[in-house]
Ligand binder design. Structure first.
Ligand code: PLP
Length: 434
């Protein structure tokens, strides 16, 4: 009987939007829930059901819902105007704050989404090097730009040999020349990756990598892999780009702080918008110069009607000021607690499962061993169906989580929410026990 309002809303939605939504994330079958409001760690749906939110708008709400300081700052900005054809001091202040967080962020530009941030990073690399190709990791998600999305849906039958992963189109009709310009490398496989890069040496503008890729099981890039990519790009005149759209939450400086290699460009997004649409490109000053229009036409012109709009800048600045070293440390220790308790739940339930992740992210796998790369993380239709049943039980038990059983913590959480999550996980594991 519950969910009837949501079911009705879904019928209305399907009549006006393909698939009944604007973002292809229907988190529950046969119909999705609709949010009424959010408060801290919780979301209330239109049926009045409360769930602990481990989705946090897919990792973007670092402080959970409706943080009072963000609400107050945004409210004030709304009264002063929401968008201008000229710049604002808020944009400059926020640029100062972001660039002060990491030595590799010498300059920054703001855009409106992670997709745009990755697109701008790749275009900047092409403009800087004058080369056409980009390299990316097999299966990794970087948003919707044609080049960046390539190979994200690779599967047995089209993914090619391990030493030569195919450049697989996601959207039908993707031009062949786009696919030809994307060089796909296997995750954490130094030898194979370097051989593939070598074969494209003179044509590569950049190597793009997410240090904790969620489509590859939320397992960290190895120190050796990142170091090898840094060395290779340096030696061969290509740029190294880190996609930290999600992982910037990992330390005060971002996940790159875990590595002894720094990127030329970092793509940012999600949490730096404080709950509003955002993207950012931060990088070395001499590289970022390709966007500078002051000395004649920029080699890479970057515009955007809503880029750096003052509402986002205000929300982002407030959110990032709150996310100081102490807040990061506290959140990561809650993340450790989450992974430990999930691990214990798995033992108690005695089902083949494991948990991966680092910092404030976790992913539950319904297999005894954690994947080592995209091909092990790939879910066959049977495995995907089992995971979907599991996530359905989590959902019914009072958790909102991303459909791959990936969770993102927020600073609004306390040990209580983590412990409650673990007991929902235990019950859900028992329900899928063979
Ligand atoms: N890069 C990564 C690693 C992401 O996870 C995402 C979104 O999930 C994006 C880029 C794209 O960001 P957006 O959805 O804001 O376009």
């Amino acid at each position: 009987m519950a969910m009837t309002r949501s079911a009705g809303l879904f019928e209305r939605a399907k009549a006006v939007m393909p698939g009944g939504c604007s973002r292809n994330t229907i988190l529950r079958k046969p119909y999705p829930i609709y949010a009424e409001r959010g408060e801290g760690s919780y979301v209330y749906d239109v049926e009045g059901v409360r769930r602990i939110d481990f989705g946090n708008n897919v990792a973007s709400l670092i402080h959970g819902h409706a943080h009072p300081a963000i609400v107050a700052a945004v409210g004030e900005q709304l009264r002063n105007g929401t968008a201008f054809t000229v710049g604002t001091e808020t944009e400059i202040e926020y640029a100062e704050l972001i660039t002060s967080r990491n030595p590799s962020f010498e300059r920054v530009r703001f855009v409106n989404s992670g997709t745009e941030a990755v697109m701008a990073s790749l275009k900047a690399a092409r403009a800087f090097t004058g080369r056409p190709k980009i390299a990316k990791v097999e299966g990794a998600y970087h948003g919707l730009y044609d080049y960046a999305e390539t190979s994200q849906t690779a599967k047995p039958g089209n993914w090619g040999q391990p030493d030569r992963p195919s450049s697989v189109a996601v959207a039908r009709g993707t031009p062949q020349n786009v696919l030809d310009d994307v060089v796909v490398i296997p995750f954490n496989d130094v030898e194979r990756a370097l051989a593939i890069l070598d074969a494209n040496r003179d044509q590569l503008a950049c190597v793009l990598i997410d240090l904790l890729p969620h489509r590859i099981g939320v397992i960290p890039a190895s120190q050796a892999f990142v170091r090898a990519l840094r060395r290779w790009t340096e030696k061969n005149g290509a740029l190294l780009i880190f996609d930290e759209v999600i992982t910037f939450r990992s330390t005060f400086e971002g996940a790159q702080q875990w590595y002894d290699a720094q990127p030329d460009i970092t793509a940012l997004g999600k949490m730096i918008g404080g709950g509003f649409p955002v993207g950012g490109i931060a990088g070395r000053a001499h590289v970022m110069e390709v966007m500078n229009p002051l000395n004649g036409p920029a080699p890479f012109p970057l515009y955007g009607t809503f880029s750096a709009n003052p509402v986002t800048m205000t929300a982002g600045r407030t959110a990032m000021k709150l996310y100081d070293r102490q807040a990061v440390e506290r959140l990561n220790s809650l993340g450790d607690r989450a992974r430990t308790l999930i691990g214990e739940a798995i033992k108690v339930a005695d089902v083949p499962a494991c948990v991966t992740g680092r910092g404030s992210m976790f992913r539950i796998h319904l297999s005894a061993d954690a994947p080592e790369g995209y091909r092990q993380a790939y879910l066959s239709p049977e495995k995907a169906a089992l995971l979907s049943r599991f996530v359905g039980h989590l959902f019914d038990g009072g958790l909102l989580i991303v459909e791959t059983a990936t969770g993102f913590l927020s600073t609004a959480m306390s040990e209580q929410e983590i412990d409650d999550m673990a007991s929902v996980v235990l019950k859900a594991l028992r329900k899928i026990k063979p």
